[in-house]
Ligand binder design. Structure first.
Ligand code: PMP
Length: 407
């Protein structure tokens, strides 16, 4: 009966990991997956999360279902964490203008936002615009929600292509949705400056676009969790001034709490008044109920402990600062090493980019050569996940890149 089912294309990132695992070369390096690795190349549990886990282990009294949209505490604490640190956000909390629901990490939040747009933005353009270079799953998620997907320009010659980006935005149909990466753009590591964001948001306002903000790497750009909310704050300020009417924030604790497998995050929708909040929350719950009934509880309880305990919160902030600074250090080390070698290439873009990834500008052919001849694995678009680099493997990496470039 199932003979008509063809083999699905493997996921471009997960299939690289499988290949990496099969490789017997002791010098192999995995630069494909966007997950933090410590100085010895190992995954690690944040000390602040270990602290929270101990408290949870001692205190947990039941494994009951939580509410459809997550526990009241989780909702209140995450709302405070995301919006309570700046004036317009505080105002929205006070005015009950934020619908927040726990989600299955960032992917789940994006899925819920796609479902919400499909269900409720149908009177307007049901088209979502994503950057021409973006996390590959954005396309899959929104396509499965039945949205029409189009792209806007993002990168040219290893730099942000602001001219074409603005030009494209000016042609987007009114009231369409548009996806932005809040910081640490994946895969390019290139983010607009604050002034550039103001230019972008001016068009969002003029064309009445609905911004969807993907906040998967909060803390990895500046090293400070609150500072990396700058785009969320800028958009909230515009909403408070009635220049933009709404926004959807898709947030993840996978990277900044290292809770990858716990699948924990949130979706927030900024509304225009508390009546809208009430109605939208009821609809969001209806959607969640039909997909997975209610979210998982282990990760959310850990998040609640971190966000409600001042000492653990501060320890978490320090853990994030450490991860972010190790990545920055590796970025600069790689830049210095490549510059010191005879390859006549300009590597400035490596240190102009930010966050967990660097977009090397290496061609697909060069990336394949790195894999086949040196056991260095990365995605074919030339993106390196910098956390896979450490002081033990960086010299081998730089020398291999240099050899591939000169071959
Ligand atoms: N958005 C971006 C840009 C990502 O890179 C990722 C993960 N790689 C996600 C969202 C989703 O991550 P998760 O579902 O693990 O939170």
């Amino acid at each position: 009966i199932w003979n008509h089912i063809p083999l699905a294309k493997p996921d471009p990132i997960l299939s690289i990991i499988e290949e990496f695992n099969r490789d017997g070369n002791p010098q192999k390096i995995n630069l494909s997956v966007g997950a933090y690795r410590d100085e010895s190349g190992k995954p690690f549990i944040l000390p602040s999360i270990k602290q929270a886990s101990k408290i949870l282990f001692d205190q947990e009294s039941d494994k009951e279902y939580t509410s459809i949209n997550g526990s009241l505490d989780y909702n209140r604490l995450v709302k405070q964490f995301l919006f309570g640190g700046f004036k317009s956000g505080k105002f929205f909390i006070e005015q009950d203008r934020i619908v927040l629901a726990q989600s299955l990490s960032g992917t789940g939040a994006l899925k819920l936002s796609g479902e919400f747009l499909k269900n409720w933005n149908f009177k307007n353009s049901n088209e979502i615009f994503i950057p021409s270079s973006t996390w590959a799953n954005h396309y899959n998620i929104f396509k499965n929600c039945g949205l029409k997907i189009s792209q806007y320009s993002y990168i040219k010659n290893n730099s942000l292509d602001l001219t074409n980006l603005l030009k494209d935005l000016n042609q987007i149909p009114l009231k369409s949705s548009i996806l932005f990466h809040a910081c640490c753009h994946n895969p390019t590591g290139l983010n607009p400056t604050r002034d550039e964001w103001l230019e972008i948001l001016k068009i969002v306002s003029e064309r009445e676009l609905i911004p969807i903000v993907d906040l998967a790497y909060q803390g990895f750009e500046s090293g400070n969790l609150q500072q990396d909310l700058y785009l969320v704050e800028m958009i909230c300020n515009k909403i408070a001034n009635d220049e933009i009417s709404t926004a959807l924030i898709c947030q993840s604790f996978a990277k900044n709490m290292g809770l990858y497998g716990e699948r924990i995050g949130s979706i927030s929708i900024i509304t225009q008044n508390s009546n809208q909040t009430f109605n939208i929350e009821s609809q969001l719950k209806k959607t969640i109920r039909s997909i997975y009934s209610s979210p998982s509880i282990h990760g959310s309880k850990l998040v609640e402990i971190v966000l409600s305990n001042d000492e653990i919160y501060q320890n978490w902030q320090n853990d994030v600062a450490k991860m972010s600074s190790r990545i920055k250090k590796m970025r600069f080390e790689l830049f210095n090493l490549l510059n010191s070698m005879d390859n006549n290439l300009n590597w400035n873009h490596l240190i102009q980019q930010n966050g967990m990834f660097c977009f090397t500008g290496l061609s697909e052919q060069q990336i394949l050569k790195l894999k086949n001849e040196y056991s260095i694995y990365s995605t074919l678009d030339g993106r390196f996940s910098i956390s896979g680099i450490n002081m033990q493997n960086i010299k081998y990496l730089a020398e291999s890149i240099n050899k591939v470039i000169n071959s």
